[in-house]
Ligand binder design. Structure first.
Ligand SMILES: [Fe+2]
Length: 277
């Protein structure tokens, strides 16, 4: 079952890989996304096993969940190909301007083996703010579905596994300095302190909107703001156990030096994770 899924998934990767030169940074991006997707599947399986309400679910639910985990970023391949084609014509697309969730959703909707809301909803919304999800037309549609709870459980599972996988790479490989956002940053923004609006969102316990992120410090705080959007206990425990909060905060201190701000941020991190862990 999962073997077939892996083969299908690889096909979507190859469609883009065949058209991007090996030495292009976009090739690195899709290679990374391929590994990340398999990693998200494995982390998601761990959350499944360690969360009573998911562990006791039936096989059908688990199969949908695993497909959603593996395919959640399938839109990234097409996105990278689009970006590569544009950059060849010297056109740069802003990192937040492309909706890979929507690309993946439209792509897999056309594939009958994956055309189910238990998969598609997570593809479409795994990277969106939850406020946005609850306001969406599609959410309104699924509100009356008998599968509504399962659809949301899978969305939360993908969101958690995605974050844990990204955090692992960020801490291990300094991955925030390798992505499209960093490559497009100007020198000033690389070293600038936190932007006022980004700081405000964090202190209001909001997950920071990517479109408001200007500096690298903002990007670090954006990742830290994921602490406000962890859904399952096991995810929260893993977050703390792996020291992601401490790592990101110590990185942030290299760019933002206002002691009062740092104190407020640190207190909020502690309060949020203590409550959760
Ligand atoms: Fe992802």
């Amino acid at each position: 079952m999962m073997r077939t899924d892996l083969l299908v998934f690889k096909q979507y990767y190859l469609t883009a890989a065949k058209k991007i030169p090996v030495d292009s940074p976009f090739m690195n991006d899709i290679n990374h996304k391929y590994q990340h997707s398999v990693d998200v599947l494995h982390i998601g399986e761990k959350i499944l096993e360690n969360t009573p309400e998911l562990k006791t679910a039936d096989t059908k639910f688990k199969t949908f969940a695993k497909k959603a985990l593996l395919f959640h970023d399938v839109g990234r391949f097409k996105e990278a190909l689009n970006r590569y084609k544009k950059e060849k014509k010297h056109i740069k697309i802003a990192p937040s301007a492309c909706d890979h969730g929507l690309i993946g959703y439209n792509l897999m909707k056309k594939n009958p083996a994956y055309n189910d809301m238990q998969i598609l909803f997570a593809l479409r919304y795994h990277g969106k703010m939850m406020e946005q999800v609850y306001r969406s037309l599609l959410f309104n549609k699924i509100k009356t579905s008998p599968k509504k709870n399962d659809i949301l459980k899978i969305l939360f599972l993908v969101r958690d596994a995605d974050k844990l996988s990204n955090l692992k790479n960020i801490k291990k490989e300094d991955h925030l300095k390798k992505d499209v956002f960093y490559r497009q940053l100007c020198k000033d923004a690389k070293n600038a302190p936190l932007s006022e609006s980004v700081k405000e969102q964090f202190l209001a316990k909001k997950t920071i909107l990517f479109s408001t992120v200007y500096s690298f410090a903002d990007r670090l705080l954006m990742v830290l703001s994921w602490i406000f959007d962890l859904n399952y206990e096991f995810t929260k425990e893993t977050f703390v156990k792996n020291g992601y909060d401490k790592y990101l905060f110590s990185e942030l201190k290299n760019y933002h030096h206002n002691k009062e701000d740092l104190k407020k941020i640190q207190t909020l991190i502690r309060e949020t994770l203590e409550k959760k862990a």
